[in-house]
Structures are given as C-alpha cells and as structure tokens.
Design a binder for this molecule. Sequence first.
Ligand code: PMP
Length: 431
Amino acid sequence: MTEADLLARHRAVMPTWMGLLYEEPIEIVQGRDRRVIDGSGKTYLDFFAGVLTNAMGYDVAEISDAVRKQLDTGILHTSTLYLIRSQVELAERIAKLSGIPDAKVFFTNSGSEANDTALMLATQYRRSNQVLALRNSYHGRSFATVAITGNRGWSASALSPVKVNYVHGGYRYRSPFRDLSDAAYIDACVADLVDVLETATAGDVACMIAEPVQGVGGFSLPPDGLFKAMKEVLDSYGVLFISDEVQTGWGRTGEHFWGIGAHDVTPDAMTFAKGLGNGLAVGGVVARGDLVDCFTANSFSTFGGNPVSMAGATAVLDYIADHDLQANAAARGEQLLSGLRAADSPLVGEVRGKGLMIGVELVEPGGTEPSVRAAGRVLEETKRRGLLVGKGGLHGNVLRIAPPMTLTAEEAQEGLDILVDSLAAAQAALS
Ligand code: PMP
C-alpha cells in the first residue's frame, strides 16, 4: 500500500480537524538517533522530534532497555490501588527538581490532562472558575484546556467550563508592544495584567497559566523576568501561577532546566509531558502540596503513572543528566540561532527562541505581513532535502525548529545548510 492509499484511508476514517503536514504527507516507519525513515525509504534529519516528544532521539539503548526490562516482568499496568515503586521514586525526583516547596506530583497520560488537572486544582482551591491565560497560548485539547487556548486555530470548541481572560506576554512580534525595550515591554504587560484583573474580572481569579516559551504559538517568548514581575501582581490578588512546561521542561531551553527558570520565580504549579517519555505517554502536575491535596473526593487515572511509562521516564531523566543534555541544548541552540540570524533572507521577519526551541517568523518580502505561503514552500523544500521541521504560530507562518536534545554540532550544521538553501529556494519560487 502506498502512502497515497494510506492518506485516502486516513481522510475517510479520521476527523477532518486532524491536520497533516506536507502536500504529500509522510509515514515515519523507523528511527535511529536524530534520523527517521519514511515508508518509501527516504531518510530525514529530524528537527521537530515529534513535536518535541522524542527529546532524546530515536532508538536510545538505555531507554529501550529500561522499558524492555519492565515489559519482561509481565506488568504493563497494575492500578494506583497498589503501590508502584517507580511512580513514587519518579515523583520524588520531579518534586525535588521542581524547586517548589513541599511539592507533590500527580501523573497523567498527556499534557492536556496535566493542564486540565492543574486547572481543576487551582479553581477548586480558589473556589472560582475564572482564569487568565496568555494571548496566542496553546494548552491542550480537553474541554477546559481548549477553553484557555488563546489561538483561534486551535479553539475547537467555543463553549467553556471556565471563564477566561487573555493577557499580553506571549506573542510580542505582532503585539502593539513590539518596538518597546525589554523593560518597557515588561511594564506594559504588567499594566495590562492589572487592567484585566481590575476591569475584566470579578476580582476572584483562580489562576494564571502561561508557557514560558509558547510552543504551538511559534516559539515566541517574553524577555527574561516578565513572569517574576507578573507573579508579584498575581500574589497581591491571591491568584495562583501555573507554568505550562509541556514543551519547555527537562532542559530544552538550555540555560535552565524549566522554562520558567529564566524568570527567577517559583510557580505554584508546573505541568509537564512530551519529552519526559521520549515517545511514551506520560505527563503530570507538580505543585505545592496544599494545592495538590485540595480535592476531598477521590480522583485517579487508570494509566497515569503506569510502570512502563515510569521506567522510560526515569531512564530519560538519567540520560539527560548523564550526558549533560541541558548544556548541549544551550550550545546547539546558540549555533542554530546565530546561523539562522546570519541567513539574511527577505522572507525572515524574526528569528527567536532559546535553546532548542527556535522560531523563524516568515513574512512577505520587504514587510511584516505573515507569509503562510512562504512557510508552506519552505516546509516542502526542507522535506525534499531530507529535513523535518515544524510549523506554527497564530497565522501558521512560523517555522518551528526543535531537534532532539542529543543533536550534534555536525547535525546542527547539516540542518542549518538545508534551512538556508530551502529559504533561498522558497524565495525564488515565490518571487
Ligand atoms: N501544553 C503545551 C504547551 C503543548 O505544547 C501541548 C501539546 N502541543 C499541550 C499542552 C498538550 O499536550 P498533549 O498533546 O500531550 O495533550
């Protein structure tokens, strides 16, 4: 069966709203290190890592061995009604890594479920269903997380179990504050937050949730320190602060283990998923113990924290530490950022990011208008040359570059060369 046949069957049986990349979508059938192979045998260097999920790359022996060892026990799942040693040990480790005092952890199967849990905790704790989120945010596909997603392209439902207001602090490039200095931008976002708290809410907001670097929103990020300034305001109103670390956690941003680390502030809760499992389904919430313990009724997850995911996740954290991958993310990120900034293409409006989360905002040549056609063209050109990159942003015009954290300097250069060639080819095709 060809990929075209599979595509026809996909279209017939899967929802219309499950989009695929590329004019001719690919099926990935094998992976090794930072490369994957599609159904036709073509190899690609992977600069998107399954939307940042395969953070260690593919076929990593230490991780596969840990998972296999668990499979060999015959136990894929028991129940949270029994003790699960690996779950307790991983929770202890994440609680410590979080830096949140007296932290407790609850494991889920996905980032959406993690954020949904954090919202349920915060709203229950504060006895209010009012929440704040950033404009241009993405927090998931559950009922409540769709409701707090501030990107119309991902707001599948207009209905909502929470009342949400959006504040500035995410997507600076297309905000009225783009040309301000960092300090003035922070002041403007803080003033906006105060204004929303004073004028748009009934004064008893439960929480604010934010991605330290917006992922789906095109790897856009505020200046360091913004969230410290915002949290001072939130604290004065008794509003809890949740950092969505689903994309930014585990050292991917390079200089800090959590994305929020750049803001010198301790959140009340953090949510995580994606890279922790290197492809296995695992997510969770780590938060202040009194916040986690605020439910009085029972609540659990059948598969959340299952022994297979726990074995894989533990091996991933070991692998990050043993190979100093946070430092590698910082070094490779710098290499990619400076290489892309030097590319000098009229299609590029901005190159931004931190560590291995790099966004390239594509614009119509000579202006700032978002260029969706350029993004589509560049994606096809990179694919043709054997490189996978992502696409995102409010307008779908941002290239998203997020290789596995194990990327080598040679692979970074190889990907950069392909990106530069692809930008030039796209420009030639569009002009
Ligand atoms: N939060 C962020 C920041 C995300 O990027 C995503 C997924 N793209 C989610 C939450 C939802 O995670 P999942 O798809 O695992 O439900």
